[in-house]
Ligand binder design. Structure first.
Ligand code: ADP
Ligand code: MG
Length: 245
């Protein structure tokens, strides 16, 4: 079997619709995300970013439309069969485990042998700069360190795609900046496709290869940061970057 190729479409949404009692969170939404991209869903609060990410994850089901991952229709495939990693704002790491046990957890669940878990865990802790913290109880780590553990845990099983929902928004400014460049570095090293949700335009502009700007479940524009920022084609995107909506 050959792996996915850089530049090929890895995640595709076609005509996806989703509403919750009247609130439209995806309105005929079509997106095409390429293998290896740092792709960002940007938009104001309530624009549907998290719902779109959760539909890609399989945690919400579209009312209609289709989602494919690596060419396979996954619209009705459960989350654990989608080969995705996830990272959220709240660290969601297991407090009764060490950092290393957290990172190895998903591998254990997948039935990896103990020695492979140990070597992969060490490799992941090194990747996120926590080599000397593996034996520490997770609750003794700082917020930034806990997010590094969450990242290492999500990447350990080598998912095809990593989904990140505002993973830095609970961190204070200085640590957030550090973690932004850490995420970029790790994205470059792993070449995993990152699908990143944020409402922070500056974060989106500095980190992304491409950005889809969402407005009430509609993709207002999707393009490279530079183009979106300098030459927005819609009033909504122009206004969003000026801080008007
Ligand atoms: P964002 O992440 O951009 O802030 P969300 O996807 O969380 O937006 O929400 C979009 C809209 O859908 C909001 O109006 C929100 O209240 C609504 N919504 C999201 N999830 C649910 C749910 N499980 N039940 C009802 N309404 C929801
Ligand atoms: Mg959200």
């Amino acid at each position: 079997m050959t792996g996915p190729v850089l530049g090929e479409t890895i995640v595709e949404l076609s005509g996806v619709n989703k509403r919750f009692d009247g609130a439209v969170t995806a309105n005929n939404l079509s997106l095409s995300i390429e293998q290896g991209e740092f792709f960002t869903l940007l938009g104001p609060s309530g624009s549907g970013k998290s719902t779109v990410l959760r539909m890609i994850a399989g945690l919400e089901r579209p009312d209609s439309g289709r989602i494919t991952i690596a060419g396979k229709d996954v619209t009705h495939v459960p989350p654990w069969r989608r080969n995705l990693g996830m990272m959220f704002q709240s660290y969601a790491i297991f407090p009764h485990m060490t950092a290393a046990q957290n990172v190895g957890y998903g591998l254990k669940v997948r039935g990896w042998p103990a020695e492979k878990i140990a070597s992969r865990t060490a490799e992941m802790l090194e990747l996120v700069g926590l080599s000397s913290h593996g034996g520490k109880n997770a609750t003794l780590l700082s917020g930034g360190e806990q997010q590094r553990v969450a990242l290492a845990r999500a990447l350990a099983p080598q998912p095809a795609v990593l989904l990140l929902d505002e993973p830095l928004s609970a961190l204070d400014e200085k640590i957030r900046r550090t973690m932004q460049s850490e995420l970029k570095r790790i994205h470059g090293m792993t070449q995993t496709t990152f699908i990143y949700v944020t409402h922070d335009q500056e974060e989106a502009l500095t980190m992304s290869d491409r950005i889809a700007v969402l407005n009430h479940g509609v993709c207002a524009e999707c393009d490279e940061p530079e183009r979106l920022y300098r030459r927005p084609r819609t009033r909504f995107v122009a206004g969003f970057f000026r801080g008007c909506n």
